[in-house]
Design a protein around this ligand. Structure first.
Ligand code: GDP
Length: 526
């Protein structure tokens, strides 16, 4: 066996958070290129994507177009001596609670921002989920090859909208056609942009005054002097570089570049693997601390992918390994039931080959073929001493649907199906007061479609779904409830535990409620 500590230390497990179209796929492709997993960059998005009912993840498109094997959700590549695990967080049609849960299984996040647009809604929401965990966030301001917002404004907006301090690691010398390169404070050098994509970037070290020594034409350019001035201003007036604060997620290092032309991407990933943490100690449910280098294997289920093909009822349970080493065929205990299970059918996620996994270690992700034994949040472990990870958080649903069975004769299977799918974490269930109507809550539209599909194919229950649209769900203390609180602008429902929840039409309705009932506290899930 390889030295476990050494192996753990070279793991970097992260997710990319961004708003659709910011450049997540493009930057991932660059990482695959650098790591040698693919040979040629290109546009990986298939035409007619929208026509697919169940949108395939971008990775699958990479797989189809490049003829390489990349599973839909996790990729493992070698980068500069590091084992990098990238977890996909679907941002398009297949956005769901799984997207949020995936963020519970990473040690760091890369935030890709379109520098022409600034902080967009989905980036903000994903950031909030990541920020809750206190893990580091590395920002890449993308599309520098186009004219975008002023860099100073971008950084100010990031700090203001997300409430995190920023530390620019490099600074653009111009933008769009004027883009000359990067003034790189972190590496104390200037990185000149190549004229073509084959033309390599040129690096010139800065001298002590922060200027480039010698005679270069670009030094006459106003974008160079401007960048130098901005960078010096930031150096004096801005935040200090502080690795501890970066690792606690309180300070985000900001890099500029262009994923499409590959400019600044390598500089970004080099710093990322250097500064992002390896898998670290986790606190268990009972307060004990678990070291990733502990000899005994353990992990937790953060996502279950149901097979959409009715001919294959198996699912893949995604396990984040938290300690020790996984070996194919090993026996583990499932904490929830105390039962032993053999991990025989597993898959690992390599960018260059889809192989059955033989071994994997803390920080890695494995997929277990499962016929219904595992649930989201389950802990599995090797050895005698039970290991129970803290429960995964619940997320505030944003979309709602009324649901009724089409055939009253199938009430039983309808109820059984709903109960099991809710328990599995596929969807959230609410009921109206008195009339006990069923309302489903989700963070993404796809969850409803998957729910309907699975109910039909696995439970033979056909349902009618009536969309209620976006709502703001807010919990309220049952003691504080008064009859006059419910109105036409909100719908009062109860969650699966019977707790009262208001579904507000919009933030206007929420604020109106707060004005009317200033003493009533409204809560939300993560
Ligand atoms: P995703 O939805 O976040 O995965 O975004 P993609 O990587 O698919 O990029 C969305 C669009 O932006 C595509 O048309 C890309 O070619 C384009 N794009 C990505 N990065 C850049 C960039 O650095 N510069 C420019 N000009 N376009 C980019």
């Amino acid at each position: 066996m390889k030295d476990l500590a050494q192996e753990v230390n070279r793991r970097r497990t992260f997710a990319i958070i961004s708003h659709p179209d910011a450049g997540k796929t493009t930057i991932t492709e660059q990482l695959l290129l650098f790591s040698g997993a693919i040979r040629e960059a290109g546009t990986v998005k298939a035409k007619g994507k929208k026509s697919n009912k169940f949108a395939k993840s971008d990775w699958m498109e990479i797989e189809q177009q490049r003829g390489i094997s990349v599973t839909s959700s996790v990729m493992q590549v070698d980068y500069d001596g590091y084992q990098v695990n990238i977890l996909d967080t679907p941002g398009h049609e297949d956005f769901s609670e799984d997207t949020y849960r995936t963020l519970m299984a990473v040690d760091a996040a890369v935030m890709v921002v379109d520098s022409g647009k600034g902080i967009e809604p989905q980036t903000k929401r994903l950031f909030e989920v990541v920020s809750h965990r206190g893990i580091p966030v590395f920002t890449f301001m993308n599309k520098l090859d186009r004219d975008g917002l002023e860099p100073l404004d971008l950084v100010a907006e990031l700090e203001e909208v997300l409430g995190i301090d920023a530390y620019p690691m490099n600074w653009p010398m111009g933008m769009g056609r004027e883009l000359l390169g990067l003034y790189d404070l972190y590496n104390q050098r200037v990185e000149l942009r190549g004229k073509t994509s084959e033309d390599p970037e040129t690096y010139i070290d800065l001298d002590e005054s922060g200027d480039v020594p010698g005679d270069y034409d670009f030094k006459q350019s106003s974008v160079y002097t401007q960048a130098m001035e901005d960078a010096q201003l930031l150096h004096e007036a801005g935040n200090d570089f502080d690795l501890e604060r970066i690792q606690q997620g309180k300070l985000t290092p900001v890099f500029f570049g262009s994923a499409l032309t590959g400019f600044g991407v390598q500089t970004f990933f080099d710093a990322f693997v250097d500064l992002a943490p390896a898998p670290s100690t986790v606190e268990l449910e009972d307060g004990r601390m678990l070291e990733p280098t502990a000899e005994e294997f353990s992990g937790f289920v953060f996502k279950i992918q149901a097979n959409m093909n009715p001919a294959h009822r198996d699912r893949i349970a995604f396990i984040r390994i938290s300690s020790g080493e996984f070996e194919k065929g090993m026996n583990v205990s499932l904490e929830r039931t105390g039962k032993t299970m053999r991990l025989a059918h597993t898959t690992q996620f390599m960018a260059d080959a889809r192989e059955e996994v033989e071994t994997a270690i803390a920080g890695d992700i494995i997929g277990l073929y499962d016929t219904g034994n595992l649930q989201i949040g389950d802990s599995i472990y090797e050895g005698r001493e039970a290991i129970k990870f803290k429960p995964l958080p619940q997320f505030t649903p944003e979309l709602f649907m009324k649901v009724t069975p089409k055939n009253v004769m199938k009430q039983k299977s309808f109820h059984k199906g709903i109960e099991q799918l809710v328990q599995e974490g596929a969807i959230q269930l609410y009921k109206t007061y008195h009339t006990e109507e069923y309302i489903l809550g989700a963070v993404g539209q796809l969850q409803f479609e998957v729910f309907q599909h699975r109910l039909l194919h696995e439970y033979k229950a056909e349902v009618e779904m009536i969309p209620m649209g976006n709502k703001i769900a807010r919990w309220v203390d049952p003691e504080a409830m008064e009859p006059n609180m419910s109105s036409s602008r909100n719908l009062l429902v109860k969650d699966i535990e019977g707790q009262p929840v208001f579904l507000f039409e919009n933030s206007f309705a929420e604020n109106w409620f707060k004005d009317k009932h200033p003493d009533v506290e409204l809560y939300q899930l993560l």
